[in-house]
Design a binder for this molecule. Structure first.
Ligand code: GRF
Length: 221
């Protein structure tokens, strides 16, 4: 069974979506560790104590020191895939290089739009009709790696950043589960700045529906 590590800084609802899919038998994987840069991250409480690792990243003088300790701790649990799910800290280049190709992140925007923080407020300020979420391979540049799949969400009249964030979050959960299913099945790979699905370059990101369909219809070869 494929071994998942999840990195989270806060609430952990995306982690919970993965745990629920595993419990339901729809995601053939096991979570072998939840790692956080915040000692009290609620996400940690979603798994048994033995699977929790947290340090206060702010207590480290150098970013590289924290990331190296984090990377060593992750390596120790021998993950196949590392999923950043609400991990609100930049990973340094050495960390990304060490795990490149098996490092995924979920970001609340239709990348390449709105990299970084406060994506919902920025989308509303721009008056866009559609917002959403992306799951992408992590590259050294912030929120810039190859996008595997996206979920599109309509912006509604009178939306506040919180209302829009809640609608996007509801779309994030099935999106993340669908992509992790493809990952653990060995169906996706990072190839430079593109994604390969079943060995073929993906010309555009999958949608939740197409990612689900791909999960349901593995190649016959
Ligand atoms: C999600 O919107 C995720 O896309 C973003 O941070 C939020 C984390 O939510 N990076 P949760 O901790 O998974 O509930």
């Amino acid at each position: 069974m494929r071994r998942l590590v999840v990195l989270a800084s806060g609430r952990g609802s995306n982690l919970q979506a993965l745990l629920d899919a595993i419990d339901a038998g729809t995601l053939d994987a096991q979570v072998v560790g939840v790692f956080s840069d915040r000692i009290n991250a609620h996400a940690l409480e979603r798994v048994p104590v033995s699977l929790r690792w947290s340090r206060d990243a702010k207590a480290y003088a150098q970013r590289a020191d924290f990331d190296a300790e984090l990377a060593d701790a992750i390596d120790a649990v021998r993950p196949d895939w590392i999923v950043c799910a609400g991990y609100l800290r930049l990973l340094d280049a050495a960390f990304v290089a060490r795990f490149r190709g098996r490092l995924l992140n979920i970001h609340p925007s239709l990348l390449p739009a709105y990299r970084g923080l406060k994506t919902h407020a920025r989308a509303l300020a721009d008056g866009v009709a559609e917002h959403g979420a992306s799951v992408h391979f992590v590259s050294p540049e912030l929120d810039a790696g190859a996008v595997v799949a996206q979920a599109r969400v309509p912006v509604r009249e009178g939306d506040t950043p919180d209302a829009l964030a809640a609608r996007v979050l509801a779309a994030e959960h099935p999106l993340l589960v669908a992509v992790v299913k493809l990952a653990v099945a060995g169906r996706i790979a990072e190839a430079g700045d593109t994604v390969q699905l079943d060995g073929q370059p993906l010309l555009a990101p999958l949608t939740v529906e197409s990612a689900d369909l791909a999960c349901m219809a593995p190649p016959t070869k």
